[in-house]
Design a protein around this ligand. Structure first.
Ligand SMILES: *Cc1c(COP(=O)(O)O)cnc(C)c1O
Length: 374
């Protein structure tokens, strides 16, 4: 049986170091807001290439807290509009509506699966204040065009980097080329360390990265009951903190993130080179630096049959995602809207197994089974 995600095998790759980190926290008797959080925050900020990192309880909170902090600072007001890709995971949109802001859904490009940057400008109204890009499937969604639009219209650019820890945007010029990490490309970014993400904790965890010192300090306060000084409450905050055990584990796993992502990229290259089937379409192949292959999506009009066929061959697959946000019961006002590209993705997408503990033999088995689909 080839599992879609083998968290046991992934954790065992560095099992001794992870257990030692957890044991160190247990022995210390200090479980929240301690040196493990400080260490991880400073290492992750450095890794992403940002001045500030605030560790929080999960990725959804990271998104919510960025928007909440912008409201406290006076940059966002209730009813303001935030442009967001229509095919994102629900958390991106929940963070917007939770703050009484209005998500403006923009269709993705079918080749890149990311927000279609040619459709952003026409979605801007006098109430638009921010664009939230989502590096979905681990692919970089940032483009120079998006940055330019944000600059010209004075919009904040917020990144949902939940699926793309370690990904880059390559900036080429005649003189040099350099890689800039997703999570440092906009004004603020949210990260998720949900166990199944490329950098996964032993439970829920997340972070905000930014170069904006004021934003970082307000997010930090909001995540700690609104307090910057013990028992003094400046904001009506929430409790969203990362456990010291998770910070210690993430600090270990961060050291292997690039290696783990390279492994995913090797497997993806093998899939790209060898999957050959008239009914199975792959999204546009991009440079390894721009795709950390959180998922490996393929598209098939007979998606459900393909999934059943692979299951018969002992291969687990998942759909990301079966129902788009605008068709969910939690957003009834959008249910009659037509977003054909998004709907096509949700009707045809199938994610093949890809993770750092998947063997080449298993990848070969996946390719053989996909190519044998009739
Ligand atoms: C996982 C995910 C989130 C939420 O992260 P959690 O840590 O699960 O709260 C947000 N956005 C996207 C795109 C995600 O994939």
């Amino acid at each position: 049986m080839i599992k879609f995600l083998d968290l046991q095998a992934i954790t065992q790759m560095h099992g001794e170091e992870i257990k030692a980190a957890v044991n160190r926290v247990i022995d210390s008797g200090w479980f929240l807001q301690g040196s493990e959080n400080q260490n991880f925050e400073s290492h992750y900020a450095q890794y992403i290439g940002c001045q500030h990192c605030v560790a929080v309880a999960n990725g959804l909170d990271a998104l919510r807290l960025i928007l909440r902090a912008y409201k406290e600072i006076g940059i966002l007001r209730e009813g303001d509009e935030v442009i967001v890709p229509a095919n994102t995971y629900i958390a991106t949109i929940l963070a917007i509506t939770d703050n009484n802001l209005v998500p403006v859904l923009v269709e993705p490009d079918i080749e890149t699966l990311q927000i279609d940057d040619t459709l952003i400008e026409q979605a801007i109204t006098p109430r638009t204040r921010a664009v939230m890009i989502v590096h979905l499937y681990g692919r970089c969604a940032y483009t120079e065009r998006i940055a330019d639009i944000c600059q010209r219209h004075h919009l904040r650019l917020i990144e949902d980097n939940a699926q793309a820890s370690g990904c880059n945007h390559s900036q080429f010029s005649i003189l040099n080329s350099q890689f800039v990490r997703t999570g440092s490309l906009g004004d603020a970014a949210a990260h998720s360390f949900y166990p199944g993400k490329n950098l996964g904790a032993l439970g829920d965890a997340g972070a905000v990265t930014t170069d904006d010192a004021e934003l970082a300090s307000v997010v930090r306060a909001l995540a700690n009951y609104g307090s910057q000084q013990k028992y003094v409450f400046r904001y009506q905050g929430i409790n969203s903190r990362m456990a010291e055990t998770d910070a210690a584990v993430l600090d270990v796993k961060l050291r292997y993130l690039d290696e783990d992502n390279r492994r995913r990229q090797q497997l993806a290259a093998y899939y790209y080179d060898n999957i050959r089937h008239p009914l199975v379409h792959l999204p546009r192949r991009v440079a390894d630096e721009e795709n950390v292959c959180h998922l490996f999506p393929v598209f098939c009009e007979r998606r459900d049959e393909l999934q059943a066929w692979l299951a018969e061959q002992g291969i687990q697959t998942l759909i990301h995602y079966p129902i788009p946000p605008h068709q969910q019961a939690c957003y009834p006002d959008w249910n009659t809207r037509s977003l054909p590209v998004t709907e096509h993705i949700h009707a045809c997408e199938l994610s093949l197994p890809i993770h750092q503990a998947l063997s080449m033999d298993e990848a070969r088995e996946v390719v053989r089974a996909v190519n044998a689909f009739r």
